[in-house]
Every structure is written in structure tokens, then in C-alpha cells.
Design a binder for this molecule. Sequence first.
Ligand SMILES: [Zn+2]
Length: 237
Amino acid sequence: MCQLCNSQKKLCDAHIIPWGLYPKSSNIRAYTLSSNRQDPRPKGVFDRNILCAECDRQLGRFDDYAAKVLLPWPRRRDLYKREDGFLERGSLGSKYFAYWIKAPDIRLLQGFAASLLWRSAVTSRDEIQIELGLADLERTRRVFEQDDRSSYFDILVQRMPRDIFSKFVSGPVKLDGAFQFCMSGVVLNIYLKRHDTPPEADCLVLGRTSDLLVGFVPFWGSKFEESFREIVMKDRS
Ligand SMILES: [Zn+2]
């Protein structure tokens, strides 16, 4: 039975982490914390017990959009500029602290994050599985099925500073009140409680402003955090 539409249908090979957000490689291997198994997994990790093809296609609309706006490396004009016009450089070689994603479609990105949580909660693939309470599980569906804005999640997006270190996807990492997914260098932080993000970062939450500022990691709790706070304090608008 399809877990989304509850119909008895032929189910498909549904990826939990969308295939479009996997690194482009024919040599995909799966590692887990409990074993350092390195079996080749040319098609990534998927579950053939959760979705019919039609429902998988419905979620695919969110996945396609997320891959389109989140994966590309920023163009020069999207890099964060100080008030004096200088680009902010970190000490990570020639990489930068932050860049803008201009006017993203909030509905599609919320749908993407919510459906990612939902898929992670209903799968039995232990590489990806998370525990989500019934209330949160129902909330994910209100977001991706009905675009219920009052159920939206607080979402922060970060970026790994170098392509070469980011050729992987991870299962969801449980943080305090949040889940973090790493997908080809894009780090998606989904907070379950509203306003649980650091207060300084509130204006970085998806949808608070029309453009989304994406910061390069590592910065929370690192020497880069100070600089990032400064960016935020200076540029609240
Ligand atoms: Zn279905």
C-alpha cells in the first residue's frame, strides 16, 4: 500500500534523499556509523515500500525545484556584499561567507523540506530513518499537501565551502529540536519548533525575507560565526 495515497498500487523505487540531490557519480557507496560497509550503490538508497509512482512524481516536483535552486554554485553577483561594496572573504582560500538565493519559491522549498522529513519518517531504511512524532508527521503532510503556512518549518540553509569535500549525501542528523540533511554540499536545517533558531539568525530563516541568505559552513560555533553575525546585524533588512 502506498503510504501517501493509501491505495493498493504497484510501488516504485522511491529515493528518500532525492536522486537529483545526489552527487553526480557512478561510484556511489554507502557508509553507516555502525558499519563501514562500502558496497557500491549506483542508484543510491531507495525504498520500494512507501510510494506509488504517481505520489513519487508529486513529491518529485519539490525535489526538482530544490535541486534547481539549491545546488548551483553562486554566481559572483549573488555573493554577499558589505555596505561599502566589498565582497566578504573568509580564510577558506578564495571562498566567501555567504550568498543570496534571490526570491526563491517558499512554497516549493517548504514542500521539499516537509516531504523529506516525511519520507525519512516512513521509510524502514535504517540509513535514513528518523523518529518523528505523529503530530509532526501530520504537520509535514499539511505543508507539502496543502501548503498550510501555519505549519511551515523554520529552515536554514548552509553551504559547504568546497566542492571537493561535499560529494556526499547524509542521512538526517538529529540536532536539538532539528534535523540536518547534507546533500552534495547543501546543508538543510529543519527546526521542528518555531523560533528555535538562534535569535540572530531569525532573519535568515526561509521566508522571513524575500531573498534567502546562505552561509558557508563551518560557522556556527566557529570563528566564522562572528563574521556571520556581523553580516546579519548589519543587513537585517
Ligand atoms: Zn500513492
